[in-house]
Each structure stands twice: as C-alpha cells, then as structure tokens.
Write a protein that binds this ligand. Structure first.
Ligand code: ADP
Ligand code: PAZ
Length: 329
C-alpha cells in the first residue's frame, strides 16, 4: 500500500516504508529566527514580571523560544476568531465570544506550570491585550478522601485519579461562552484539592490555558451509544513539553529538595515530616516517589499522548528548548 494512504488509514507501516512526519522540526536557532519583523523586545517591567514567575527562567529562553511561540499563537487566535465571526455573521447572530483554549501537556516536573505562566504573561502583551486565564487540571483530581477510599493514593496523577467528567463539563461551559465558571484548585502544600469555597473563576477570557498531565489523554469509548468527548476536543491548540526521563527525575528531585527547605518546613504542610530528613534520605525518598509513581505514569499514560500535540517542545538538561516540532498535517 502507498505509505501515505497507510498513514491516513492508521495501518502500521511495513519495515522500510517512509511515512511522512506530520511535524516540521526546527532547531533552537531556526525557531528563534521566526520572530520575523515583529517587535520582540521586552520592556524592563516585563522582564521583572517574568523573573518573578521563576527565578531560574532565562530571559534568552523567553526571547528565543517563547516570544516566537506567542507570535504564532497570536496569529492562530486571530484566524480562529475571524472564522467564528464569519459563522456568527452567516447566522445573523450578534453577540457571543468563544474562548480560544490552549492545552499544555507533559510529565510531572517538566515545567508545565512555568511555561503556562510565561505564555499567559506574553500573550497578554499583544496589541489587542487579550484576557488570558489559566487553569491546571490537578484541581480536578479526586480529593484524598475519595482516593483513599478507592485505594488510589499511590495512583495520584494516573487517569483514574481525575474526575474527568467534571473537567469535561467545565470545558463545555467555557466553550459555550458561559461567564464566571468555577474550577477547583489543588494545593501542593495540602497535597489535596482545596474545599469548594476556594476555586478559580474563569470569566469569559479571550484565551484559556489548560495545563496538566492528562490533557491529551483519550476518553472512554462510547457507552450506551453516547459519545464521550476527549478533553482535547475542546482545545484549539496543544503543546507537549518533553525531556529525557533521567533529566525529569533530576528536576523532580531538585524541586523536592527545594520544597523540603521551604514549604515542607511549615508544620501545616502535608509533607512536613520530609523536612526533618537528611539530604541523603530526602534524595532517596524523592527518587522512590518518582520511580514508583510519576515515572510509571509518564511511561504508561503521558508519553504515549505526545504525538497528539500540535507543538512539541523538547528541553535539554538546563530547561532550555533544543528542538521545536510544529504539526503541519
Ligand atoms: N524554563 C525553566 N527554566 C528554569 N527552570 C524551570 C523552567 N521550567 C521549570 N523549571 C523548574 O523545573 C521544576 C518543575 O517545573 P514546574 O513548572 O513546577 O513543572 P510541572 O508544572 O510540569 O510539574 C521547578 O523546580 C521549576 O522551577
Ligand atoms: C498532583 C500531581 C499529580 C500533579 O503534577 P503536576 O501537574 O503539578 O506536575 C503530582 O504533583 C503528584 O502529586 N504526583 C503524585 C506523586 C508525587 O507526590 O509526586
């Protein structure tokens, strides 16, 4: 069979077949050049704001990688909104705005939260100053009480630990243009979902960034003839952040060591007991959690979703993006 037809029909290619990649791949340098002639300078207050998001973030990284990405996204958002306006015009409708939703996926500790916050800051600086909101899917984890009852505490972050129905309902309300839609919040300090009086309210943004381990995972197969959507059915664009497993383990352990000297010191922290461990015991504990839980989840449930993303950002050892792959098909 013609390899192109094979790619479309989903048949496995035979050895030696060359199936065209759906991605166009850029080196760091090539990607940085895609700034074109758009003004890409950051004013002092923006640099300070970005530094405040993460002290380790390199401003070169923002300029070379994230500014071109925010330029691309701005073009995509405008094109999608024009299409929406055309439909509204055709239907004779006057009101309504549908938020553009960007999904950000990847392993625990790959830098999803940091990237999302950088993108949020950069997207708001475009001339039409869009309102950009951010939601993390860990708020949709079942509370510890439920996970304990179902014997799922050691499966936190796995597909079965999330209330996917609630996440889908949240996204459908956002896409329906509803205002003031609440999303639950997760606290790493409490290691649990916060009570319902502490939520994030999403009020009809131009852009919503949805970040989490599970955002590109497939849904259940339809039951009783009822189609169950995927979370990503609500996305207009998706990003997968990638890095080597060994590097990810190091970042996880480093973050754990920092938390041990900061947040875990507070007697109210769920993991307060870790603050009294020696350095060696802490590294061993973090590695054990990584290998038993987060690495298994990465291999079984997260990495297999990488090829579903519109954009894959591959990081090197110091969090610098080394390669960018943009879906062209
Ligand atoms: N671009 C970056 N530059 C430097 N450090 C980063 C960057 N992104 C993430 N980090 C660091 O890596 C660790 C994991 O990042 P985080 O955003 O918390 O990941 P995730 O949300 O995927 O779990 C944190 O210690 C964070 O400070
Ligand atoms: C709550 C999480 C699933 C979310 O991960 P994140 O998206 O913040 O990277 C994760 O931080 C977690 O708690 N995993 C379980 C094992 C652990 O304690 O790391």
């Amino acid at each position: 069979m013609n390899p192109q037809i094979r790619a479309v029909t989903g048949d496995l290619p035979a050895p030696g077949d060359r199936v065209p990649s759906p991605y166009r791949t850029f080196s760091r340098q090539e990607w940085a050049e895609l700034r074109a002639d758009t003004p890409m300078t950051l004013i002092e207050s923006e640099v300070l704001r970005l530094r405040g998001l993460n002290q380790d973030l390199s401003i070169d990284e923002v300029v070379d990688i994230y500014l071109p990405l925010s330029r691309l996204l701005s073009l995509y958002v405008n094109a999608t909104q024009d299409l929406f306006k055309a439909t509204r015009y055709f239907l004779g409708a006057r009101d309504g705005k549908v938020p553009y939703i960007i999904g950000i996926a990847g392993s625990v500790a790959v830098g999803k939260s940091t990237t999302s916050r950088v993108l949020q800051a950069l997207l708001t600086r475009w001339p039409n100053t869009p309102k950009v909101d951010l939601v993390t899917t860990d708020g949709f984890l079942y509370p510890n009480a439920v996970l304990e009852r179902e014997n799922l505490m050691h499966r936190k972050g796995f597909p079965e630990s999330f209330d996917v129905a609630a996440l889908l309902k949240f996204l459908s309300r956002i896409k329906a243009g509803e205002r003031n839609v609440a999303a639950p919040l997760y606290s790493h300090f409490a290691y649990d979902v916060l009570p319902p009086d502490q939520v994030v309210v999403v009020d009809n943004p131009d852009i919503l960034i949805v970040e989490g381990l599970n955002v590109l995972q497939p849904g259940r197969l339809p039951r009783d003839g009822k189609a169950v959507p995927f979370v990503s059915d609500y996305f207009d664009f998706s990003v997968y952040i990638d890095a080597d497993k060994e590097t990810l383990e190091r970042w996880y352990v480093e973050r754990f060591m920092t938390l041990r000297q900061t947040a875990f010191r507070d007697p109210g922290a769920y993991f307060h007991r870790y603050s009294t461990l020696t350095d060696e015991e802490s590294v061993a504990t973090a590695r054990d959690i990584w290998r038993r839980i987060n690495l298994v989840n990465l291999e079984e449930n997260i990495l297999p979703t990488r090829q579903r993303a519109d954009l894959i950002l591959t990081k090197g050892e110091q969090h610098l993006i080394e390669e960018v792959a943009l879906r062209k098909l």
